[in-house]
Write a protein that binds this ligand. Structure first.
Ligand SMILES: [Zn+2]
Length: 297
């Protein structure tokens, strides 16, 4: 860890919750791009547009962080596989202490050579973006046309929104021979779900990841919607509590370790009530699916 499946929606939401108090309503007094690109080239006017801008809101869409600005553009940030933010804050008596919003299990201390982007606010906070593998990216996108941008135009509903319900899944799965695992990972059907939480939700709903999605009954889809919401909601709640803990004591944020019921638990007992199955793993297109062959039908 962090595995190739990190971060997912709850981790991004945890990062958002950690950054929001530092950025929302604050003016960026200094912005530094230490390299011209992350996964993609940074806009040429990146530093120029952001310097002096005030972050009006920090929101999330799918796995994107959206920093609304008192400018025409929104700063769009994606953590990729290894992106992370650190917040440095002044300590009484001088010096600075680092806070890591949404840090992943066993994350090593960041190497300064991977500090690519630095934001400083008028309040004296410094937010540094680290990304050793540079799969993350940032862009400035016109706020008025943001929903039409290719990264956002085709996205399905947020899994925690009202629009994600059994009716929506029934229509999206209709006649489909692919498994629900594949379809739930399709960002056009639901935005922001990744491998880990899809495996978890399907296990709770006792639905086989591989069965033809078009044949799943409506009551089971209702159950699936509830389970998707629950696994995400619980992880976000755990992330929020680690942020509070972290404000009091330094230490690794290990909240993922005990949260997974099937993910990365091959060969261990299924935790569903009354099930004596053993968690299995099947690899498809380089991604591991963890599931219980006994209770997931
Ligand atoms: Zn089971």
């Amino acid at each position: 860890m962090p595995s190739q499946d990190m971060p997912e929606l709850p981790e991004v939401e945890t990062v958002r919750g950690g950054l929001a108090p530092v950025l929302e309503g604050h003016r960026l007094t200094r912005v530094e791009a230490r390299r011209p690109d992350l996964r993609f080239p940074l806009p040429e006017n990146f530093v120029q547009v952001l310097t002096g801008a005030t972050v009006t809101r920090l929101t999330r869409r799918a796995k994107y962080l959206l920093a609304g600005l008192d400018r025409e553009d929104t700063l769009v940030m994606h953590l990729g596989m290894s992106g992370r933010f650190e917040i440095e804050r002044p300590e009484p008596g001088g010096g600075a202490r680092a806070v890591r919003p949404g840090e992943f299990l066993y994350a090593a201390p960041p190497d300064p050579k991977h500090a690519h982007i630095v934001f400083e606010t008028e309040a004296g906070r410094r937010v540094t973006y680290y990304d050793p593998r540079r799969f993350g990216y940032m862009a400035l996108i016109n706020t008025a046309t943001l929903p039409l941008h290719p990264w956002f135009a085709g996205l399905g509903p947020e899994p925690l929104s009202e629009a994600f319900d059994a009716d929506h899944l029934k229509a999206a799965f209709k006649g489909r021979k692919q498994g629900p695992k594949t379809l739930l990972l399709d960002q056009r059907i639901v935005a922001g779900l990744g491998n880990i939480y899809v495996c978890e939700a399907l296990n709770r709903a006792r639905i086989s990841p591989f069965k033809a999605a078009g044949g799943i009954s409506r009551p089971r889809l209702e159950r699936l919607v509830t389970d998707v919401r629950d696994v995400l909601g619980e992880a976000i709640a755990a992330g929020g509590s680690t942020l509070r803990d972290y404000a009091q004591a330094d230490g690794a944020l290990g909240y993922f370790q005990h949260r997974f019921r099937v993910y990365d638990r091959e060969g261990e007992p299924c935790l569903n009530a009354g099930c004596r199955g053993v968690v299995a793993r099947r690899v498809q297109a380089g991604r591991s699916t963890f599931y219980c062959p006994v209770c997931q039908k």
